[in-house]
Write a protein that binds this ligand. Structure first.
Ligand code: TYM
Length: 332
């Protein structure tokens, strides 16, 4: 690989990506491919921290891989692979876990939220999830990690773990920086705009899935919760409208002032329809490309097999140095 900075990011295959995943993270991944060495991953091992139907998980993983390609990840430019295919992640995770404190993991807000939500299955994988995430990043010694705001705390922990390892064993890991989009780093639910848009939301009207068809997208936007005022402007307290303006801005490239003047004197109904249409039109090429790619199973298999080989080769060099640093005996 050329001597450019290294980007790493991942996404869970827990169903079709949401518009939040897309705007907050995935759509930013493709444009980075020319300037950086990029490594992207479908994190199926993270997904099993909550119960998954094995048949669905396998299908969702393959669909997520194809969706990333449909969103512009080019396997000629970047390494794109499935996490469970590359054993170094689990290997490094163990070592990093031995350099992570129980107290640090207990403070993770995602753990607190998920252990409440899945109270009957607070398994140790759910607890150590951020350690595996740190291993994903540090196995490649990544410089930058493009994510939405909700992953910031995990990334700070990854930096702390790296720092602690460096203090104990001598400087080795780079401290990865978050790379967070200015607009759209937290897309909110359409039904409760004080909450993050999330795949696991029980109300399907809260969430736009990027494979939803045009009618569905427009219908969900028409039902979006706003406020009792009439003016389309970005202002504190107008969470619903602010969210719609953010989404509209992300897919059209217009700034808030332009959007405010475009809709001056118009009603919320007109605005919601315009947002729905703009999102549906923006996502149409992704849907078409996904349909084309997912029909070609042999090609997908070739891509993820080669991706895993490249990722393993890259990360193995780093992880074997880590093995030496902690004092494991060389196998050869
Ligand atoms: P995941 O699968 O929940 O989400 C994937 C990416 O989408 C972003 N995102 C959002 N951004 C804006 N608004 C939203 N409503 C929204 N919902 C999700 C997330 O911030 C994320 O960037 N732990 C990670 C996956 C992971 C990872 C990694 C990421 C595993 N290893 C290493 C980076 C580096 C997660 O669960 O993302």
């Amino acid at each position: 690989m050329e001597d450019k900075k290294l980007i790493f990011s991942g996404i869970q295959p827990t169903g079709t990506f949401t518009l939040g995943n897309y705007i907050g993270a995935v759509r930013n991944w493709a444009p980075l491919q020319d300037e950086y060495n990029c490594i992207y991953c479908v994190v199926d091992m993270h997904a099993i921290t909550v119960r998954q139907d094995p048949v669905k998980l396998r299908q969702n993983t393959l669909n997520s891989y194809a969706l990333l390609m449909a969103c512009g990840i080019d396997v000629e430019k970047s390494i794109l692979f499935i996490q469970s295919h590359v054993k170094t992640h689990a290997e490094l995770s163990w070592i990093l876990g031995c350099n992570t404190q129980f107290g640090e993991l207990s403070r993770m807000t995602q753990f607190k939220d998920k252990s409440q939500k899945h109270a009957d299955d607070v398994n140790s994988g759910l607890f150590t999830y951020p350690v595996l995430m740190a291993a994903d990043i540090l196995a490649y010694n990544a410089d930058l990690v493009p994510v939405g705001v909700d992953q910031k705390q995990h990334l700070e922990l990854a930096r702390n773990i790296a720092q602690r390892f460096n203090q104990r064993y001598g400087d080795f890991f780079k401290l990865p920086e978050p790379y967070i989009a200015e607009i759209g780093a937290k897309v909110m639910s359409l039904q409760d705009p004080t909450k993050k848009m999330s795949k696991s939301d029980e109300n399907p009207n809260s969430v736009i899935l990027i494979l939803d068809d045009k009618d569905t997208i427009i219908r969900k936007f028409k039902r979006a919760v706003t406020d009792s005022e009439t003016e389309i402007c970005y202002r504190d307290g107008k969470d619903g409208i602010n969210n719609l303006m953010t989404i509209y801005s992300s897919v059209t490239g217009k700034n808030f002032a332009e959007i405010e003047s475009e809709f001056a004197g118009k009603g919320y109904g007109d605005f919601k329809l315009a947002v729905g249409e703009a999102v549906a039109d923006h996502l149409e090429p992704v849907r078409n490309e996904f349909a084309r790619l997912s029909a070609d199973k042999a090609y997908l298999k070739k891509c993820y097999t080669e991706g895993a080989e490249k990722a393993l080769r890259y990360s193995q060099r780093i992880v074997s140095k880590v093995y030496r640093k902690v004092g494991f005996v060389d196998r050869t």
